[in-house]
Design a protein around this ligand. Structure first.
Ligand SMILES: Cc1cc2nc3c(=O)[nH]c(=O)nc-3n(C[C@H](O)[C@H](O)[C@H](O)COP(=O)(O)OP(=O)(O)OC[C@H]3O[C@@H](n4cnc5c(N)ncnc54)[C@H](O)[C@@H]3O)c2cc1C
Length: 333
């Protein structure tokens, strides 16, 4: 591992000044992704700025019933918060189902959104990787892709987006606030994550000197009836093979409102807008759920024998999550 200069910031302004002052500087939050990346050489900054002392620790239900989460709040704290568990149960469950207790206690919410992909091509510097080294090619395109994405892929990259909590957050239309040398900016959650297209190395519309400072969740009354289903190779310490975050509102057995995020299968947290629009006004039946899920996955790339199982798995996961919430509400036909 090459030598890396370390600095600790006490204020947001200090952190931004420190990261702007020297090239190739990155923020260090809980370090649960970054330190791995440094060890394996997938990221090679010259400097890190520790942001753990920044006062970005607010976690509150707002007067209108929304949620405000500071970037340095730890995953475990959000998962255990009584207000989150009551109003946004799928957010809490998505956090509990991520990583391990030790990692959740260290990992910050800002770092979670900014975590790096788990693609073996990105993590192993022996492979070419368009994310790590733009234009160098993808060394795993014809090989190791069991875990990679089938939605939002391009010929240059199909690395799967790994965050669990980002899946309910996309369903909730969360807003990500960042601060940089030129001031503050806010992004709709869906806009904060970019599909790889021709520029897989650009994962977010922010620059390296911009710090995620807060995540806001607008109020959504029917999120109290929500579910996060994570399907994976083992029940703990494993990323999703497919996941679905569903919040549902039924009136007389029909879908009045629905929000859906899909995880484990896409290059960004996937907002399933096609499925949502097909479900509105329809009876909450398994048949209708399956039709909507199939429509959402119609554009999936199932050409690779290693991961084409995800096309079917994602549909089944979504149908089961929708059924689970329907039963919770007591509206199953
Ligand atoms: C073994 C293992 C299993 C895991 N399993 C899961 C899982 O099942 N589900 C899941 O969702 N996650 C999983 N994770 C990932 C884990 O959730 C992330 O590592 C963690 O959330 C990152 O947060 P952190 O604070 O440690 O970030 P760091 O590691 O400190 O930083 C991660 C990246 O974000 C940048 N960064 C950090 N904070 C900010 C900020 N405020 N603004 C801008 N950039 C920032 C850093 O520069 C770095 O590039 C797993 C991790 C490990 C090691």
């Amino acid at each position: 591992m090459k030598p890396i200069a370390f600095a600790r910031a006490e204020t947001v302004d200090d952190a931004i000044t420190a990261v702007t002052a020297r090239p190739n500087t990155v923020f260090l939050a809980g370090g649960t992704t970054l330190v791995d990346m440094l060890r394996i050489g997938a990221m090679q900054p010259d400097n890190v700025v520790d942001v753990n002392r920044l006062p970005l620790t607010e976690l509150e239900i707002t007067a209108d019933g929304g949620l405000r989460i500071g970037a340095m709040v730890r995953m475990s704290e959000v998962a255990a918060d009584p207000g989150v568990r009551e109003r946004y149960p799928f957010l809490s469950v998505a956090l509990w189902k991520g990583a391990t207790a030790q990692i959740r206690n260290m990992a910050s919410m800002g770092g979670n959104l900014m975590q790096k992909v788990r693609c073996p091509g990105f993590r192993d510097v022996a492979f070419a990787c368009n994310k790590r080294n733009p234009g160098s090619g993808c060394g795993v395109l014809d090989g190791l892709h069991r875990g990679n994405a089938v939605l939002g892929t391009s010929e240059h990259c199909f690395a799967m987006h790994p965050s669990d909590v980002a899946i309910p957050l996309t369903a909730l239309d969360a807003v990500v606030h960042v601060q940089g040398p030129k001031g503050t900016r806010s992004f709709a959650f869906d806009d904060f994550f970019l599909i790889p297209a021709d520029t897989p190395h650009i994962e977010h519309p922010i620059s390296p000197d911009e710090l995620v400072v807060r995540i806001d969740v607008p109020p959504l009354a029917y999120a109290t009836t929500s579910h996060y289903l994570k399907v994976r190779d083992r029940e703990s310490y494993e990323f999703a093979a497919a996941s679905a975050a569903v919040a549902l509102d039924l009136v007389d057995g029909s879908v009045a409102n629905v929000r859906i995020g899909l995880g484990g299968v896409a290059t960004k947290p996937w907002r399933a807008r096609i499925a949502e629009s097909m479900l509105i006004g329809r009876s909450a039946t398994k048949e209708n759920f399956a039709i909507a899920a199939a429509a959402e996955l119609a554009a999936a790339d199932g050409s690779n024998p290693m991961n084409k199982f995800k096309v079917t798995l994602a549909q089944r996961t979504l149908v089961r999550a929708l059924e689970t919430v329907t039963v919770q509400i007591g509206g199953h036909k």
